[in-house]
Design a binder for this molecule. Structure first.
Ligand code: PGA
Length: 248
């Protein structure tokens, strides 16, 4: 595992975009595993700028997203499909037919999960999986639990996640209670994982995930077992790790 310390959110975003750009340059038909949330927005902005200045070509890239709220259509402004379209896909030359996000409106949850799982397996996992991390250590929507779930599944969101995400909705009641998410096995099948963390609200999760016990109570801790993980965290997100003296 490599931990790259960034000064702040802007620096983290720039560094992350450089790593993703390098992957697209080296492997123009790569499979990018993509993430939503506040954390990667700056990264997508940089990637769009690089595309606009002619430095990147996404025409052969395929993408698979981590998760989607159950019950939201792709044109709902809080759905993750909408997020990806508006923050990234609409501004670059990726073929939308090659961009995959779970279908929040699938009629049958089990079939939807099995199909998305088969899709990820057909790609042999992402070449590069971008991840944020929840304040409770979740990755994708794999919430603290007694087990690590392997495949795509439908999950009941933790109260803390609903509260954290309420800022995007009119009220907490409007936040969907369930979501589809890649499982831990799907995430671990990525060849390289790039996890971003910014702000003091992530400091405990970063410390627990990368310096604590490997436990499903902190789902991100499983990443300690992945052979190629890059963490880009800003100083605030690393503050507890530094206090504890595990980072120099
Ligand atoms: P955030 O979410 O980027 O909005 O903080 C990250 C996550 O919950 O994985």
């Amino acid at each position: 595992m490599r931990i790259i310390e960034a000064k702040d959110y802007a620096d983290m975003s720039k560094k992350a975009s450089e790593i993703i750009s390098a992957k697209v340059l080296l492997t123009p038909n790569c499979v990018l595993g993509l993430a939503t949330g506040s954390t990667p927005i700056g990264t997508y902005e940089h990637l769009v700028k690089k595309y606009q200045s002619g430095d990147l070509d996404f025409s052969n890239v395929r993408s698979i997203n981590l998760d989607e709220y159950k019950g939201l259509s792709g044109d709902h402004d809080q759905s993750y499909r909408y997020f990806m379209d508006t923050h990234f896909f609409n501004h670059v030359n990726i073929d939308k037919a090659n961009t995959f996000v779970p279908n929040g409106l699938a009629k049958d949850s089990d079939t939807a999960c099995a199909e998305y799982n088969a899709l990820i397996e057909s790609f042999h996992g992402a070449d590069l999986q971008l991840l944020g991390i929840g304040g409770n250590g979740h990755i994708g929507f794999n919430e603290p639990s007694d087990e690590f779930k392997k495949g795509v599944h439908c999950v009941k969101l933790a109260e803390s996640t609903i509260k954290a995400n309420a800022r995007f909705f009119e009220s907490e009641e409007d936040v969907p209670k369930y979501a589809y998410t890649m499982g831990i096995g799907n995430i671990m099948s990525a060849k390289t994982i790039l996890l971003l963390a910014s702000g003091t609200a992530k400091a405990q999760a970063v410390y627990d995930s990368f310096f604590g016990a490997i436990t499903p109570k902190v789902q991100g801790s499983i990443l300690q077992l992945h052979p190629d993980v890059i963490v880009i965290a800003d100083q605030d997100a690393l503050s507890i790790a530094k206090e504890k003296g595990v980072l120099v």
